[in-house]
Design a protein around this ligand. Structure first.
Ligand SMILES: [Zn+2]
Ligand SMILES: [Zn+2]
Length: 278
């Protein structure tokens, strides 16, 4: 049986224009997924719009240098939709969740949202980096325009360590290798061994704080990193498509399951829970 998809977006995430909770649930039942966690974006950091940005339609009037402030999660709408889907798909376990972006920079707002939301799955992630002149923030991939790829990734991993050290209220670290999604084609290809020390530091801190590492399959996590997670004392993993549309649900999970087994992880006792270290 496939594992739970622990990181999925629906129409309740501001950037998931093709998202649909109902269609995602229908697809989950179709492919035999036992459960799905809808972890909608709480993007707390405003971004400065970069040149040539491809923005969702609601932001088309923004120009380079403007500030894009992602809207807050509509908790009432999200919960109502979740309840409807639970009624419609009783065979599927549907978890309410949230993906907090840089919660350590927005401690009060993040904790307020968690208190109101009573989420069953809380992911934390880093999506942002300071702009070149240090006056504001941008999506981390934008920094490949003006910074060496290795520096972008090292900065990202250092910020991820700060997230783990400074914010306690999350369960799963999302996409540890997020900048790799935008790795420049004309640069030396990404090789995790070039960043082993930095990855291991994040993994060590994550393991020490008793949290879960996410196996994100959008750009599948390199199995080497999974092995390092095991060696650094990591006890659990989640599987995550990070889907923003129903068709992407559980993408590459069959492969991910094999890689996770090879790295020493097995399904836990609860089919709806995390995989654990053998
Ligand atoms: Zn994310
Ligand atoms: Zn996500």
């Amino acid at each position: 049986m496939l594992p739970q998809d622990s990181h999925v977006h629906s129409e309740w995430s501001w950037d998931a224009l093709a998202g649909s909770m109902e269609e995602t649930c229908r697809r989950a039942v179709e492919i035999g997924l036992p459960s799905v966690a809808f972890t909608e974006h709480a993007d707390l950091t405003p971004w400065i719009v970069p040149p040539d940005a491809e923005l969702p339609v609601q932001w088309h009037d923004l120009v380079t240098g403007d500030v894009l402030s992602p809207p807050p999660l509509d908790l009432d709408g999200f919960r109502t939709c979740l309840d409807e889907c639970r009624g419609r798909f009783p065979e599927l376990r549907i978890l309410s969740g949230v993906e907090l972006s840089e919660p350590h920079w927005h401690d009060l707002r993040a904790r307020d949202l968690l208190a109101c939301g009573a989420f069953e799955r809380v992911l934390a992630s880093v999506h942002s980096a300071p702009v070149a002149d240090g006056d504001g923030f941008t999506e981390v991939g934008v920094r490949f325009e003006d910074q060496k790829p290795a520096e972008v990734l090292r900065g990202y991993l250092a910020e991820t360590v700060r997230l783990i050290e400074e914010f306690d209220h999350f369960e799963v670290l999302a996409h540890i290798d997020f900048p790799v999604r935008r790795w420049p084609m004309d640069a030396k290809p990404f090789d995790p061994t070039d960043f082993e020390d930095e990855f291991r530091l994040v993994l060590r801190r994550l393991a020490a704080s008793d949290r879960i590492l996410e196996f994100n399959t959008r750009v599948p996590l390199d199995p080497l990193v999974l092995g390092w997670w095991r060696q650094e004392g990591g006890q659990g993993i989640s599987f995550a498509s990070d889907a923003h549309e129903p068709q992407a649900l559980a993408r590459e999970f069959a492969t991910a399951v094999h890689l996770a087994e090879a790295a020493g992880f097995r399904p836990g006792r609860d089919v709806h829970g995390f995989w654990t270290a053998c």
